[in-house]
Ligand binder design. Structure first.
Ligand code: PMP
Length: 437
């Protein structure tokens, strides 16, 4: 049962392991929205590979695509040499991008993880601009490798690691519930964009023109914070006017998660550089950077790596992208996201510890707060991470897997597969209500 696996894991795996501490189970079976553990208990999976499983576990279309490759005699490993599978994947991916971006796009295949693509994006813009500094945002999450960690806003994972990439300047993200300016709330996005523009234009700020600005259109690990469309538009204007590449990290928010294929599309903008991973591999490891051809100035061999474009992941990813396009999965995600948000707002009204429910599409969060401690000048209450952990555990015991996020770990995050049904939303929000109550 679970106890055996967990004991072995605890004895042999590194002490850096995270999920098993909060979700003590061994997975033995998975299908769609649910997983089964070694004791035979079934759970709704609202973590779904940290947002990777757009079509849920073991979707038949994805499984078939992988079986086809295995039966075909196509090579499984090709470095960055091309194959019919790779060509199909790129066709599908480019077809999913706004035409004005796709028509000028170049693609770089990276290692298996999102962080690999972040590393490549940084090298790309440094090479193209000849500059050496970067700008990133408070609460932003970009990965755990040294470069990506340098760009990550949360100090927690960085504190013990000295010597990260220097010259990263952090900017205030428009987080209305806890406005970084201490006042302004709904105005946080105007304060943020105005501040950034001043900072860039005032030589006395001491800020060098950066090689790039990297951001998430909806912060995920940072606590599910959707950036207002007006702010994204402003950042696009400010960066374009100053020749600063705008890098949008859609490792988590991309591939339909927010109710649009790409989260930047909500604002009607296109980035210069787009970082994609997680769901794009159809549940297998794959990451890419897609960028404007004007930035394609690096030399042959400037970015290499043995594993770039795993054939199985490209086959799975192409099948998932095609299914998403043909079956209206993004529209479904938008509709289900609205229902989930609505249902969680009801839980907020019926209970006393949810400060804010927010999200875009099926990237939704509920911020757990301590109302007894009183509100601050913005009308928001202190984060309550201990209670968030208790709620997570209460959900787990009732068969619902959820993860926490946010600077204090006080935001309960819902990242269900995009194929979630209305009945499943009722079921998970019912469990959540019981757990919170
Ligand atoms: N960027 C974002 C926005 C992410 O959410 C993550 C992972 N949660 C990463 C980058 C890093 O991806 P990986 O864990 O695959 O390295």
């Amino acid at each position: 049962g679970n106890a055996h696996y967990l004991e072995q894991q605890q004895r042999r795996e590194s002490s850096a392991r995270t999920y098993p501490r909060k979700l003590p189970l061994a997975l033995t079976e998975a299908h769609g929205m649910t997983v089964k553990d070694a004791d035979g208990k079934t759970y709704y999976d609202c973590l779904a590979g940290a947002g990777t499983l757009a079509l849920g576990h073991n979707h038949p279309v994805v499984v078939e695509a992988m079986q086809e490759v295995l039966a075909s005699g196509l090579p499984l490993h090709t470095l960055d040499l091309t194959t019919p599978v790779k060509e199909q994947f790129v066709d599908e991916l480019f077809a999913s991008l706004p035409p004005e971006f796709a028509s000028r796009a170049r693609i770089q295949f990276c290692g298996p993880s999102g962080a690999d693509a972040v590393e490549a994006a940084v090298k790309l813009v440094k090479t193209a601009t000849g500059r050496r500094t970067m700008m990133s945002f408070h609460g932003g999450y970009h990965g755990m490798t040294s470069g990506a960690l340098s760009l990550t806003g949360n100090l927690g994972p960085k504190r013990e690691v000295s010597g990260l990439m220097p010259d990263v300047h952090f900017l205030p993200y428009p987080y209305a519930y806890r406005c970084p300016f201490g006042e302004g709330g709904e105005d946080s996005h105007r304060l943020s964009s105005r501040y950034i523009e001043r900072l860039l234009d005032d030589p006395e700020s001491g800020i060098l023109p950066p090689a790039g600005i990297i951001l998430e259109a909806v912060q995920g690990e940072g606590g599910v914070i959707p950036a207002p469309e007006a702010w994204l538009k402003e950042i696009r204007r400010i960066t374009r006017e100053r020749g600063i590449p705008m890098i949008v990290d859609e490792v988590q928010a991309g591939v339909g998660r927010t109710g649009r294929m790409w989260a930047f599309e909500h604002a009607g903008i296109v980035p210069d550089v787009l970082i994609i991973s997680k769901a794009v591999g159809g549940s297998l490891p794959l990451s890419v950077v897609v960028y404007d051809e004007s930035l394609d100035t690096w030399q042959p061999g400037a970015h290499a790596g043995t594993f770039r474009g795993n054939q199985m992941a490209m086959a799975a990813g192409a099948a998932a992208l095609r299914y998403i396009r043909e079956e209206g999965v993004v529209e479904h995600a938008a509709k289900m996201g609205g229902k989930l948000l609505g249902a969680l707002c009801e839980v907020q009204q019926k209970t006393g510890c949810i400060g804010e429910v927010r999200g875009r599409g099926l990237m939704v969060g509920a911020e757990i707060v301590n109302k007894a401690a009183g509100a601050d000048a913005l009308g928001s209450y202190p984060a309550y991470p201990e209670l968030a952990k208790t709620i997570q555990r209460q959900c787990f015991d009732r068969g619902l897997i959820l993860e926490l996020g946010g600077r204090h770990g006080s935001v309960v995050r819902f990242l269900p597969p995009l194929i979630i049904t209305e009945e499943q939303i009722e079921a998970i929000t019912g469990i959540f209500l019981e757990a919170v109550a």
